[in-house]
Design a protein around this ligand. Structure first.
Ligand SMILES: Cc1cc2nc3c(=O)[nH]c(=O)nc-3n(C[C@H](O)[C@H](O)[C@H](O)COP(=O)(O)O)c2cc1C
Ligand code: SF4
Length: 714
């Protein structure tokens, strides 16, 4: 094994040989008219950049190709205004004006010898068409997904013919952009083709409804159209839901077997998934790696065409097993490719200890839901490749001979020390505790979060390869000590601590809680437990922690009530697509849930609760109260050093900055990202007006719109 990284030059080094056990992963696979150079297939995934930031998007995909993914796909790509993705920033191929952006993406992917795939999508009744405002259409008169007060109208035969024509035209545009694969998409509950296929949404009585033969008619027609249009210039991929998870009310595995007997030989490659998007991108809290296997097993035997499948596949052993046991022909991956765009190359080069495994947290998904560039807990360069010039494996060499002290080895400190080390700086990473990892170590011990320790594992292994980074455990550092050594730069990454006074979003002044036993997440994470049996968890944080702590305490046999001012339990986990599962799990564990409700005070073993919409109070007998509200940054050392700025020159100190949670408490992803930012920006030339590059919309000619208004007035 080599280090894979040479400190200073910080470029990947490939001088080891892969384990022959993994040879199968690197066999080429024929996909109709094109050949994938290995079995790694980056399945479509959105990225919050899409048509709005096409260059940033293109460069991100190019880096995946550089990292060895033989097939690199777009996200879903709208192809006609009868179906836009509303506020979501996805791909777009409405007309020829959209082609150059796609051609740029294709060029980036081709530059590294990979195939580029385009996933055409017609969302139909899954989208309210908020942008274009054209009433959506689908197989039946049914409300659109979500709670938008809009209904899709049932498609006429003319509409069906139009849809087929739009898909054909879009295929031609995808070919003009240079794509090697064009998708026919019938999955995730998100597409008109699936809506026709499923008895749940197809209520028609004509030749497109009723029997499976009829419901599959449109899928077959579009597959045939796309094959004809591609005419051997690109492969046709079909993404298909193998089980909608609605039991007999929707598509089940048995019906998919039947479907394969009808259209199994049509596409050049099958891309399988299960359920809706929250099922498909299941977090580690709710599913293991490879959870999809029982749903996929046996399908490959029903077609001669290669089969791709997903399941948060990060372990080469699992991948090899799925291939050898005949479940899959290609390893599909979205999140593993986000967390480690160089996963294939690292396996190929025998650098398994350099793998940066996805932790299954779905922070990547939040970028899509918040319409912002994709982010990743494990890979802080994700979404920053073009606009900030960050690369998942490379970083520019150091800008000076300065020595750097990083105080605190949580996610921000680990990332900062690792990347500074790769840049070639001499770094001391001082940690007050006895192990690396900070909050990640204790949070990873909570129910369902064990995979999160990979954030530490990866960085620990990398640090061990950097002789210029010294790790000092059980080393509490004071301002006097810092000023007594010869560090030029000091990064204080000492984390944050949870408040004990109830201040948070709902209350910005401390709560009156009498002599109630108060516990914070820090107490519980450190091993403390409530004295009594009846515990109230007040969650004004709204991400995962309140719900996980309630789960922990309930599993330990306590009677738990979770109180939150939000209208949903762990409300922000809507963005990670976990919210419904969290609610269900808490109910299964017998946790009482009080939403839209706040604790307004406590005395004599009684908590006073008030509704946030209606101020009538109620009371709840309890023994202990867990407050999950807000945190305070652990920036004391940084503040102490800043207060002694006059002594810096003599001590040789040039800069002091708090980093990560010590700068502003946030997610683990934000802490890692800030650690990376610190390492990237050290010794960077200053003076740039903007912190990152952006792509500005080209102005269209004004005349046409203005002229129309004038004409109307006249
Ligand atoms: C951020 C993100 C965006 C996604 N967007 C799409 C998409 O546009 N089209 C699609 O077919 N699947 C999409 N998916 C689903 C993935 O293709 C994949 O099926 C799913 O994440 C399971 O694979 P994994 O475990 O390898 O992540 C997305 C997944 C993620 C994580
Ligand atoms: S954000 Fe989390 S789930 Fe998404 S790719 Fe990164 S580590 Fe995996």
């Amino acid at each position: 094994m080599t280090s894979g990284l040479d400190p200073g030059s910080a470029a990947p080094v490939s001088c080891t040989i892969r384990d022959p056990r993994y040879d199968i992963l690197f066999e080429p696979v024929r996909l109709g008219p094109v050949t994938a150079r290995n079995r790694f297939f980056q399945v479509p995934h959105c990225n919050g950049m899409g048509h709005r930031e096409p260059t940033a998007h293109a460069v991100m995909r190019g880096i995946k190709a550089e990292g060895g993914w033989a097939v690199v796909c777009t996200e879903e790509v709208e192809f006609h205004p009868t179906s836009d993705t509303g506020g979501f920033i996805e791909g777009r191929l409405w007309d020829d004006d959209d082609i150059p952006a796609h051609a740029r993406l294709v060029d980036q992917v081709h530059a590294h010898g990979s195939l580029a795939g385009c996933e055409l999508v017609h969302n139909g009744m899954a989208s309210a068409n908020l942008y274009g405002r054209i009433p959506p259409f689908g197989p039946s008169h049914l409300p659109v997904a979500g709670y938008e007060p809009i209904q899709a109208r049932a498609m006429s035969r003319e509409d069906i013919a139009d849809l087929r024509r739009y898909h054909r035209l879009a295929t031609a545009r995808a070919l003009a952009a240079g794509y090697d694969l064009v998708y026919v998409y019938a999955a995730h509950g998100l597409t008109t083709l699936q809506h026709f296929l499923s008895r749940r949404t197809n209520l028609r009585t004509d030749e497109y409804g009723g029997s499976l033969l009829n419901r599959a008619r449109l899928l077959r027609e579009v597959l045939e159209d796309t094959l004809e249009e591609c005419d051997g210039r690109a492969a046709v991929a079909c993404r298909i839901v193998v089980d909608e998870l609605h039991g007999g009310a929707g598509i089940e595995r048995g019906e998919t077997d039947e479907l394969f007997s009808l259209v199994g030989e049509l596409p050049d490659v099958w891309d399988l998934m299960v359920g809706y998007w929250p099922d498909d991108s299941l977090t580690a809290r709710f599913g293991e790696e490879g959870w999809t296997e029982p749903y996929f097993a046996g399908l490959r035997q029903l077609t001669s065409k290669p089969v791709v499948g997903i399941g948060r596949l990060t372990s080469p052993e699992t991948m090899v097993r799925l291939l050898r046991s005949g479940v899959l022909d290609m390893i599909g991956a979205a999140r593993p490719s986000i967390a480690d765009p160089f996963l294939p190359l690292k396996i190929e080069e025998g650098r398994l200890d350099d793998l940066r495994e996805c932790i299954g947290c779905n922070v990547c998904v939040t970028g899509d839901w918040t319409m912002t560039p994709i982010r990743c807990t494990q890979n802080p360069s994700m979404g920053e490749e073009w606009r900030r010039g960050w690369h998942p494996e490379r970083i520019r060499s150091r800008g000076s001979d300065s020595k750097v002290l990083v105080v605190g080895a949580g996610p921000a400190g680990l990332e900062a020390a690792m990347m500074l080390g790769r840049r070639g700086y001499d770094v001391v990473l001082a940690e007050a505790g006895g192990e690396l990892g900070g909050r990640v170590v204790t949070e990873a011990r909570l129910p369902g979060l064990a995979t999160w320790i990979r954030v530490v594992d990866y960085r620990r292994a990398q640090l061990a390869k950097l002789p210029n980074v010294e790790v000092a455990l059980e080393s509490e550092v004071t301002a006097d000590e810092v000023l007594g050594y010869d560090f030029a730069h000091v990064a204080v990454a000492a984390g944050a601590r949870w408040r004990r006074d109830g201040v948070g979003r709902y209350f910005t002044t401390p709560l009156e809680l009498g002599d109630a036993e108060i516990l914070t997440p820090d107490d519980l994470l450190a091993g403390a437990r409530p004295v009594g049996e009846r515990v109230v968890v007040f969650d004004d944080d709204h991400y995962y922690l309140g719900g996980v702590l309630a789960e922990l305490l309930a599993r330990e046999g306590r009677s738990v009530t979770l109180v939150t001012p939000a209208s949903l339990v762990s409300e922000w986990t809507v963005q990670t697509m976990e919210q419904a599962r969290i609610h269900r799990r808490l109910l299964e564990l017998g946790v009482s849930i009080e939403t839209s409700c706040a604790i307004v005070g406590a005395a004599d073993g009684e908590a006073r609760l008030a509704g946030v919409h209606f101020a009538r109070e109620s009371s709840l007998a309890f023994d202990s109260l867990v407050l999950v509200t807000a945190r305070l940054p652990g920036d004391e050392l940084a503040e102490a050093l800043l207060a002694r700025r006059g002594e810096w020159e003599d001590a040789g100190v040039l800069s002091v900055r708090a980093v990560g949670d010590a700068w502003a408490p946030g997610t683990i992803a934000s802490a890692v990202w800030d650690g990376r930012r610190y390492a990237e920006e050290l010794d960077a030339p200053s003076g740039a007006e903007l912190p990152f590059r952006r792509e500005v919309v080209r102005l269209a000619p004004l005349e046409s719109g203005a002229a129309t208004i004038e004409a109307t007035r006249a």
